[in-house]
Design a protein around this ligand. Structure first.
Ligand SMILES: [Zn+2]
Length: 117
């Protein structure tokens, strides 16, 4: 295994951890949809372990992202994207969606807390 592959695995592991945390906080976030502010805060799912930027995504938008095992939501900005392991598939004002490629995609499918497609 090369250093690049190890790097990709480290980044993917962090992103999968954040996805799991967001999945667990979903019920709490859902409650806040009906109060102010209407958009719940999620945690940025980028590969930077030090990043805990809030990302404002509606439950509907969140569900759309979760339909793909290889899709993750991050705060808008290229600093939240690791071009070696993912590519941007959607750019919104409040959030970006990235898609894992290669070994990171394989890991994301295996670690998906929801049943795989
Ligand atoms: Zn981030």
């Amino acid at each position: 295994m090369t250093a690049d592959e190890l790097d990709a695995i480290r980044i993917a592991a962090n992103e999968n951890l954040l996805r799991e945390r967001n999945e667990q906080s979903k019920a709490v976030n859902a409650v806040h949809v009906w109060v102010d502010p209407p958009l719940p805060d999620w945690t940025c799912e980028c590969g930077d372990a030090a990043c805990s930027n809030p990302v404002r995504v509606s439950i509907e938008e969140y569900e759309a992202i979760r339909t793909k095992s290889t899709w993750f939501m991050v705060a808008p900005g290229s600093q939240h994207v690791a071009p070696d392991v993912e590519r941007v598939v959607q750019r919104e004002e409040r959030y970006w969606v990235v898609e894992k490629v290669g070994v990171a995609a394989e890991m994301s499918k295996e670690l998906d807390p929801r049943t795989s497609e």
